[in-house]
Every structure is written in C-alpha cells, then in structure tokens.
Design a protein around this ligand. Structure first.
Ligand code: HAS
Length: 533
C-alpha cells in the first residue's frame, strides 16, 4: 500500500501537468508565474512514466510474490522497506530540482541539456532503491525453491522474478550513465560529455523499461483474468516461455530509438531491428493465449458459434472489463510499434508527435488500464474492504471515459504526427508557417481528449480513496487462477536461470560490444552542458 500511495500521488500530480500541457500546446492558454512548458513536461514524464509505474509495479509485485510464494520474512520485509525508502528519497530529490526549475530536461534527460547534479543523484537513488526492492522479491522466490525442491515455482512469482532480472540487467546502463557521465559532468569535475554514448546507455535501459511496465500487465492477463472470468490458465509453459523471451530480446534492441542517429553503423541498427521483431513474438503468443482463454471459458459456458464465446464473458465486472479495454488497445498500439521499428518508416515518424501517440496507447492505455483494473481487487484485499456494486459501476464508467479521452488525444497525435508535427515541443506558429497552421485543429483535439482524460484521473483517484478508506469492511479475494488440467507439464528447463541469463548476456554482448568500442575509439570531444530553459 505504501508503494501504491506514492503511485497515486504521482498519478494526480502528473495528470494535472498533462492537462496543463495539452492546454498550452493548443495555443489557447499560457502558463502563469513564469512556469515553463518544458518544466511541466518534465514533471509529467517523470511522475507518470517513471514514478507511477515503478511504484505501482513494485507494490503489485510484492503482493504477488507474497500471495503465491508465501509471506515475506522479516528480513525480506526489511529490504523491501529499505528499497522503498531509498526510491522515495530519490524521487523527492529529483522532484524538488524539477520544481525549482533546475532540471527541465524531460524524462529522457538527454545530454547536452544539463540539470542540477541533485537531480541525477535522485535518479540514481531511484534505481538503486529499485534494485534493493527487487532483491527482496527474488529472495522470497528463492526461499520457496529451497523449501519445495525440484518443481517449478509458482507462475506469478516466476514472472515477478523475470521482470526483476530484466530490470536489474537493463538499469545497469542508466546507472553507469548517471554515475560515470552525468554526475561528474554536472558537478563540474569534467567539462564535456559524450552525447552519443549517454543516449546509447539510456536506450540500452529505455526499451526494456517499457517491457518492465508491460510485464506486470501481462501477469494480470495470464494469471488473474482467467480466474475472474471463471476459467483456468491456458498453458503455464507458454506463459513462462513468453516471459523468458522478453528477458532475452527486450534489452539488445535500444538502437531502434536511435535509428536516425549518426555515429552508429547501419549494420548494428539492422541487427537490433531484427531483434526488435523477435521481441514482438512473445506479445503475439500472449494475444494467442488470451484468445484461447476467452474461448475455452465461453465454450465451457455453452457458446457454440465462431465468436459467440465473447458474449459469455463477464461484461458487468470492472475487474475484467477495464483490463480487456487495455488488451484491445494493444492491437493498434502494437501495430504502431512495428511501424516505428521498421527502419524506413521510422524516418517518417521519428521525433514527431506520432511517437507520443504510440506511447499513450501502450503505457497510458494498455498498461495503465490493466493497473486500474487490478486496483479493484488489490486495494480492498490489502485494506480489508470490499468492492461495492456502486464502485464497480463507477469503475466501468471510468474505463469508458479513459477510452474516449485517449482515442481522441492519441488519435489526433498519430494523425498530426504523420503531418510532421514535432514532439517535445511547445506551441509555436513557426514564424506563421502554413504547415504549422494545419496542425492547430489537431492540437485542439488533443486538448479536448486530454481534458476528458483528466476527468478520468479524478474519477480513479476518487475510486482509489473509496477502496482504501471508505468501502465497507470485508474480505476481497486476491484472484489467482489455477493451470488448466489439459495443459502439459511445465518442463524444468524453463527455470534454468543460468542458461537464460547466459543467453541474455550473450545477446547483449553481440548487439552492443562493437558499437561501444566504435564509440570509444571514434568518440568526438563531447559537449559542454546547456541550460536552455
Ligand atoms: Fe514502443 C517508442 C517499437 C511496444 C512504449 N515506445 C516508444 C516510446 C515509449 C514506448 C514510451 O522501434 C517513446 C520513447 C521516447 O520517449 O522516445 N514499441 C515498439 C515495438 C513494440 C513496442 C516494436 N512501446 C511498446 C510498449 C510500450 C512502449 C509495450 C510501453 C508499455 N517504440 C518502438 C520504437 C520506438 C518506440 C521503434 C521509437 C520511435 C522513435 O523513433 O522515437 C512491440 O513490443 C509491440 C508488440 C505488440 C503487439 C500487440 C499484441 C497484442 C496483444 C493484445 C491481444 C488482445 C486481445 C483482446 C486478446 C504485436 C497482446 C482481443 C479482443 C478483441 C475483441 C479483438
């Protein structure tokens, strides 16, 4: 719950910043008191992209391990709390610097924009704190394995371990960039920073970061949703394999964020694009597993037609409906990702607001709606309360409000992005240019969609407060499905951690060693820092 309180505070403040942004970008509103657009954009990106997600995920994962592998020991709890405290301290340090306008560098903190060193130190604290928290969760799983001999660990806990391993391996990249590049540079110990190297280290971390957000949503889809709809897990092995494929393929792909960047040889971009297409496969496996789950439940309830099994699903249960909207959204969202990853098409959309549209469908719809859906059983379960029919109804309305707002906002972003409108940009007429004038109606649509989304945020905060403090006392089930009897036994090689980690490291070395050597050998003198806000 402590993690989730921080997450919800981040949602409220970050959402408010989002509302302000779409207003400013529509050209109809100006920020008062000298507040900068990029300052607000940094608050928005950091609070929603990094803080809401990481804290919610850790809260959920701790509960998931505790529910399926057993209650955490005092020692594990101690490390869990230590991780939480270090992360929270880091968040406060970074947030204070942004609010003081000392760090308006956006959530990607690209050099050569230079923030105050306390901002970078705060980020380092968030990362180190998350390692400590991840260690506590993995320790509980390891204890279960010790106590239960040679059998596969509980599926949900296994998934938590994979997500944590991926997170720890990828966040080494950002930790190295912060400790060895950004901190010495912002402290004035060195004058220049190697920009390409810092961006490469960032994206080594940045792409697996998006799967660190996605995998907890997949945990809910694979293990919780079947129980809610009255079914079982279609295949334990398929679920594990898809998570392992994420571990292997989500890290050596960062160059697909740098396809337009000079200084990286085309061959290595090509290789990482191929690996990016590999990381699509576990999502397609997940889509297959979801359809299979829905179909088997529907057929068990008597459906006979080709698609009539959909009618048998519990369309009045918010715990199912809201994550389901997230799944449907992931179809266009994922298709957009495949477009982005295609080298030639990337030239059209890179640095346009299309990309912003893409990630509002992926993380801000698919992932966030699944998290909201999980809150309806997770929060009352933790606080000893019950989800009431009234809150259930309000939750479905909240999901619909979110869908309407996001369709308008993200739809407008995708279209106007194709017309060339840039991302990460304040409102501008670009000296009265005709092309920029064509973007304005879409920017107004973004403001309309963003306002509806803010109503969605107010609603979810209200629901959260009700579930946490005011709903009637009672027992709310933490729903975890069993594996279907028809599923084959899970082979033990899926838990051969040494083998999977070795393959993961080998792929990373293959994709990054020569490009890094290249960057070191042919590195430019680097850049001094700039503060353009
Ligand atoms: Fe992405 C940029 C490529 C997935 C987030 N992405 C971003 C950024 C973010 C982000 C935040 O290659 C911007 C970063 C920045 O600030 O610069 N992305 C991909 C690809 C995928 C992908 C190939 N992205 C995500 C996910 C994210 C996310 C997930 C967050 C959670 N992305 C890119 C690229 C860029 C990029 C380039 C850089 C662009 C640039 O130039 O800057 C894939 O993982 C997508 C695979 C997904 C699928 C969909 C499977 C569908 C499922 C749903 C089943 C539905 C059911 C319901 C069962 C293939 C699983 C059915 C019911 C019915 C009724 C039909």
């Amino acid at each position: 719950m402590a993690h989730i309180y921080v997450a919800m505070t981040a949602l409220l403040l970050g959402g408010l910043a989002g509302l302000v942004q779409v207003m400013v970008r529509s050209g109809q509103f100006q920020l008062p008191f000298g507040i900068g657009y990029y300052q607000v954009l940094t608050v928005h990106g950091i609070l929603l992209g990094l803080i809401l997600t990481t804290f919610f995920i850790f809260g959920f994962q701790i509960s998931a391990v505790s529910r399926t592998a057993g209650t955490l020991s005092d020692k594990q709890r101690f490390w869990g709390w230590t991780g939480f405290s270090v992360m929270t301290a880091g968040t406060i340090m970074a947030a204070v610097m942004v609010l003081l306008n000392e760090a308006s560098v956006l959530y990607t903190f690209y050099a050569p924009l230079m923030a105050h060193w306390i901002f970078y130190l705060g980020l380092a604290f968030v990362v180190v704190g998350s390692w400590i928290g991840a260690f506590a969760q993995i320790a509980r799983y390891a204890q279960w394995k010790r106590e239960n001999g040679k059998q596969p660990g509980p599926l949900l806990s296994f998934m938590v371990v994979v997500n944590n391993l991926m997170w720890v391996i990828c966040s080494i990249g950002v930790a190295v960039a912060v400790l060895f590049q950004f901190l010495p540079w912002s402290l004035g110990l060195v004058e220049r920073i190697d920009v390409l190297m810092s961006r490469t280290l960032f994206w080594y971390f940045g792409h697996p970061l998006v799967y660190f957000w996605l995998l907890p949503a997949y945990m809910v889809w694979y293990t919780i949703i079947p129980k809610i709809i009255g079914g079982k897990i279609f295949s334990d092995s398929l679920a594990r394999l898809s998570f392992l494929l994420f571990l292997l393929f989500s890290i050596p792909v960062g160059f697909h964020h740098q396809l337009t960047e000079p200084g990286i040889d085309a061959f290595w971009k090509f290789l990482q694009v191929v690996l990016t297409f590999m990381v699509v496969i576990p999502s397609l496996m997940t889509a297959f597993a979801m359809f299979a789950t829905f179909e088997s439940v529907g057929r068990a309830k008597g459906a006979t037609g080709l698609f009539s099994f959909f009618k048998k699903l519990p369309w009045d249960d918010v715990r199912f409906v809201v994550p389901f909207i997230g799944m449907v959204a992931f179809i266009p969202a994922g298709a957009g990702g495949i477009i982005n990853a295609s080298h030639q098409m990337n030239q059209v959309i890179h640095n346009t607001i299309w990309v912003t549209g893409h990630f509002h469908l992926t993380v801000a719809t698919t992932v966030v709606l699944t998290f909201f859906g999980a809150m309806y059983w997770l929060i009352p379960h933790l606080t000893g309360r019950k989800l009431t029919p009234k809150l259930n109804r309000l939750g479905i309305i909240q999901g619909i409000v979110w869908t309407v707002g996001m369709s308008i906002m993200s739809g407008a972003m995708h279209i106007v992005g194709l017309m060339g409108a840039p991302r990460r940009s304040n409102f501008s007429t670009y000296g009265g240019s005709e092309q920029a004038a064509e973007w304005v109606p879409y920017q107004l649509a973004q403001a309309v969609g963003g306002t509806i989304l803010f109503i969605g945020i107010v609603l979810i905060i209200y629901i959260f407060l009700q579930l946490a403090f005011f709903a009637p006392k009672g027992v709310q089930e933490y729903p975890v499905a069993e594996v279907s009897e028809g599923a084959q036994q899970t082979p033990m090689f899926l838990e051969n951690w040494k083998m999977w980690i070795t393959i993961c490291v080998a792929l990373i070395l293959l994709a990054y060693t020569i490009p890094f050597i290249d960057m070191m050998q042919n590195g430019p003198p680097g850049s001094v820092g700039y503060k353009l806000w």
